[in-house]
Design a binder for this molecule. Sequence first.
Ligand code: ZN
Length: 436
Amino acid sequence: MSNLNIYDFVKDLYPICRSITGDGTYDTLKKIKKFIPLKLKKIKSGEKVFDWTVPKEWNVKDAFIADEDGNKIIDFKENNLHLVSYSEPIDKNVSYEELIKHLHYLKDNPNWIPYRTSYYNKDWGFCLSYNQFKKLKKTSYHVKIDTSLSDGYLRYGELYIKGKSEKEILFSTYICHPSMCNDNLSGVSVLTKLAKSIGEMDLNYSYRFLFIPETIGSISWLAKNENKLEKIIGGIVVTCCGDRGKLNYKKSRIGNGLVDYFMSFTDINCKEFAPMGSDERQFCSQGINLPIGCLTRTAYGEYDEYHTSADDLNFVQENYLNHTYIFLKNFISDIDSKSKDFLNLSEKKFKVQKKYTKAEVNLGEKGLYTNIGGVAGLKGKNNHIKAIKWLMNYSDGNYNLGNISMMSKTNLKYLNDVALDLTEIGLLKKLGESND
Ligand code: ZN
């Protein structure tokens, strides 16, 4: 397997025209396979996957708009963002009025070309900069889109790295965007490098890497692998991870899965789940509800260059790509070696004994305050008081130890030890064991 430079790989993939299907996506998978033993998989066009249907395969030979003299004024060969993805074939002369119904541009950033798709509506269109748009004369134009939409395959790549346990952690990213770097060649390059390096590690858990077309790819994978889902103890969708912004983690829908838990102890920003965004939407959809979150630097949609030609090779930088990669590599070492406590303890629930269910318990009277009141800080013995306060407040039957550990940023094992002590002296009882 070849050596991988995280930025050079982005550069190598950048010119390729990708979509949710087609040759560019296949070529991208084959390039990833040069670095890791990726299995290339395919699903036939027309196949039903939950409420969706695998689309026809789309390929592009050529696409341009030419003026009356035959000069190409917008040319797919100059930038593949010029063509709306999944545009239907067309070859005809159109009036200015007809043409502009099919054009997309950005007035606010007049030099940038937007990225647009029309996967499921039969349509055609071009994207151009506003400056190019303004130069169009009110005459007629020759529009040629030499594309094919035919029965073929949706392709994706999968790598399973077996550890000692069958419990697995899933990493996923998408391979369906044409020439843009942060969204999402950054995700492709970082996960390829990550898969390569952890493939050489001695692992407790098993790891699965998916390189899939966004939305339809994750829905297809879920539909085909329902029997594997119960083994997944956590996961991360990785995307938009090569820009200068700080790392951001969007929690899974359940909010207290293994990855959510470990992320809450890092210094990166953690946000709550929402059913918008990337493939975490599918992994966390109703009825699937896997503990899978999403890691980005600046999140999709939150930077101006998002889904435009300005998301280019200057927008991502090698040091940011590497920073994300190293963060994830360290994160895996942590999770792989330290998650036993989480898996054993996080679901445990305690409940305050009946006589203490209202108002704060008088800890001083019970000899649990070892310091004089008013002493600030929560170091040393005060950590003990902090743990007691969190446990007494949140042990109402709704919160488990994992929740309380995440909220209080207190070590789970320590919290469990304190909870057991409080149980022994009659302040708490363990739920699920006695007559609760
Ligand atoms: Zn995108």
